[in-house]
Design a protein around this ligand. Structure first.
Ligand SMILES: *Cc1c(COP(=O)(O)O)cnc(C)c1O
Length: 369
């Protein structure tokens, strides 16, 4: 029996009939561009996140980048974010001309360390972009307090955390605005690229609506220079079918995580740490282990897939040579980058499959230690 890293087919099978009807409906109506399903999904998802407005876009990257622009952030400005994130986070900042300013992560949660943010604030700082990495909410209260003190905007990168709760509040409703990726492998994923912005700020929502649609509210009345970054109606129809299942899927991800926790107890590796105030959604289940490459090879030989999120910190990527950082600047991020391994996790992963993964890890660590 092989254990894949994710299994999108299993989920599709459970929804196949509904999906055919939903996508067929779009084809019958031919409302392909900003059609009825786009509005329907935007309202459903905003509601789900406890915010007033949702604006569908073509990717998570676009959601974040358009937000940076909508807040008037650009060349000469700085936005603080985590050194250990996916490059889409920092590209959403740097592609506007603004500079990403990196901060190290907390050694237990792997989310941005709020105690290290204040030292990174300069007169050019305009915003903070915390990332709810692996489906674990970032510690938002101290971040919002700093934002208030220094008059900064907080844009949550919630691309890995659809439905997670921070002190009982939905991720995406805590900052001034949030961007979600709806990439197929995310906790809520379309059947292609998609993303959404959520916010309680009506002006920002309006600005995003214009930026995603060539800068217009009324056809051919272009008020600003925008882009074509619209959410596709077909993808919105898919997402409308999926959203009602999200809580159930997240519950199953937590079930898988709990099974891993029990099965891996006592082994020489570090399991995910969940603070008391967090209800995570386990986009990833990331362990920290000394001989990561060896363990990955061992799992591979047994047909068990795994991943690394992410093997190279932002400041060590070739694409970010221009940033003024050196190796050693972010010791927590750098230390854990070579030790992290993401185990298979998805809602349909069976207890038996978790057992196979755990058994293979047990075997390996018994030999090595
Ligand atoms: C997936 C992801 C994104 C970008 O999403 P796309 O939809 O692929 O553009 C941004 N940030 C994080 C943390 C992600 O995991």
């Amino acid at each position: 029996m092989k254990v894949p890293f994710v299994d999108l087919q299993a989920q599709y099978q459970s929804l196949a009939e509904e999906m055919t009807t939903a996508v067929g409906g779009v084809m019958e109506r031919c409302d392909f561009i900003l059609g009825g399903k786009v509005t329907e999904f935007e309202e459903m998802f905003a509601d789900y996140c406890d915010v007033a407005h949702g604006v569908g876009v073509d990717s998570g990257y676009s959601a974040l980048e358009l937000l940076v622009m909508a807040y008037g952030i650009g060349p000469g400005d700085e936005v603080i974010t985590a050194a250990n994130t996916f490059i889409a986070t920092t590209l959403a900042i740097s592609n506007t001309g603004a500079t990403p300013v990196l901060v190290d992560c907390d050694p237990r949660t792997f989310n941005i360390d709020p105690t290290k943010i204040e030292a990174a604030i300069t007169p050019r700082t305009k915003g903070i972009m915390p990332v709810h990495l692996y489906g674990q909410p970032a510690d938002m209260d101290p971040i919002m307090a700093l934002a208030e003190k220094y008059n900064l905007v907080v844009i949550e990168d919630a691309s890995q955390a659809h439905g997670a709760l921070y002190k009982g509040r939905r991720v995406g409703s805590i900052g001034h605005a949030a961007g979600f990726s709806l990439y197929p492998g995310k906790n809520l994923g379309a059947y292609g690229d998609a993303g959404i912005v959520v916010t309680n700020d009506a002006d920002i929502a309006e600005k995003i609506r214009m930026l995603r649609n060539l800068g217009m509210k009324i056809k051919y009345h272009h008020e600003i220079k925008g882009f074509n970054r619209r959410l596709d109606t077909m993808q919105a129809a898919v997402l409308c079918v999926k959203l009602p299942h999200l809580d159930g899927w997240n519950e199953n991800r937590r079930r898988v995580a709990a099974e891993y926790d029990r099965a891996l107890e006592g082994l020489p590796l570090t399991r995910p740490y969940v603070p008391g105030w967090a209800e995570p959604v386990f986009h990833l289940y990331v362990v920290r282990v000394a001989d990561r490459e060896g363990l990955q090879k061992h799992l591979n030989e047994r047909g068990i897939a795994s991943g690394m999120h992410y093997p190279i910190p932002i400041h060590q990527l070739e694409a970010y040579e221009e940033l003024p950082y050196e190796t050693g600047d972010f010791p927590v991020t750098e230390g854990y980058a070579s030790e992290i391994l993401s185990l298979p996790i998805f809602p349909e992963l069976t207890t038996e499959q978790v057992g196979l993964v755990a058994e293979a890890i047990r075997e390996y660590t018994a030999v090595v230690v």
